[in-house]
Design a protein around this ligand. Structure first.
Ligand code: MF3
Ligand code: CO
Length: 249
């Protein structure tokens, strides 16, 4: 296995996939109100993806049963939408993947439902700041480890933990490609970044220890200590002149 460099045509398809991902996330952010079920958000996501001519990337991937992932509070990622009703104060992670003409894009956001705790809001701010620190490192001449080191530095400085058991990933011709993009790394280590690479950079952090468990549904990843978790992700193209977000409108 090796890292696939994408052609300009492939990048354009990923941009189309990414535009649909961004559209879905924007709609779901607004729809995620107290009293709404996570299944409703899933249905809405599928409607938008279908209307825009894309295909959901998660459904059927390793038999995952839904269009999106909805993870609440101590759930970190891969939460399966269902009858759960959102409540004011919930820290919700929305994760969406779309395929367009065979090319994939993947992104996630954390949102606080209604008025949440100060801790929930701080986690959301810090996970986004950590993402942008990693993003800045995604340029030719830098090393893969520079991304994780930059992310980790922000998370640590704010007194939170990086969830080390999960990582970002290459993305493009498949939802998950090489390389793995850890959020815990040493600067200057790992592969040399090159233009044409496309990475899903996705810090996952918690207010507690950072260790996780998988629930009995076989998917939902929760923090071991029950602490709140946040997640933020974009598909990033390493262009000759630096990083470009593909999951945007
Ligand atoms: N964005 C998540 C990831 O990259 C989505 C996975 S859900 C799955 O791991 F069903 F597709 F696995
Ligand atoms: Co991902």
């Amino acid at each position: 296995m090796s890292i696939v460099l994408k052609s300009p045509r492939e990048i354009e398809c990923m941009r189309q996939a990414g535009r649909i991902v961004a559209l879905v996330l924007a709609e779901l952010r607004t729809a995620a109100q107290a009293g709404v079920t996570t299944a409703t958000l899933d249905r809405l996501a599928l409607e938008i993806i279908a209307r825009e001519g894309g295909e959901p990337a998660f459904r059927g991937y390793r038999e995952y049963p839904a269009t999106i992932c909805t993870s609440v509070n101590d759930e970190v990622l891969h939460g399966i939408p269902g009858r759960r009703v959102l409540r004011a104060g919930d820290l919700l992670k929305l994760d969406v993947g779309v395929c367009w003409q065979g090319m994939y894009a993947d992104a996630a956001v954390s949102v606080v439902v209604g008025r949440g705790s100060q801790l929930a809001h701080r986690l959301v701010e810090v996970v986004e700041e950590a993402f942008w620190a990693g993003y800045t490192m995604a340029r030719p001449g830098r090393y893969l480890g520079d991304i994780g080191a930059a992310i980790e530095e922000i998370v640590r400085r704010n007194g939170f933990s990086v969830i080390e058991e999960y990582a970002g990933h290459g993305v493009g011709r498949a939802l998950h490609e090489e390389p793995s993009v850890p959020n815990h790394a040493e600067a200057g280590r790992g592969i040399l970044l090159r233009s044409g690479m496309t990475l899903a950079i996705e810090p996952m952090i918690s207010a507690g220890s950072g260790q996780t468990l998988v629930k009995r549904d076989g998917w939902t990843v929760v923090t071991r200590d029950g602490s709140l978790a946040a997640h933020y992700e974009h598909t990033v193209w390493i262009s000759e002149s630096g990083p470009v977000i593909l999951t945007q409108l």
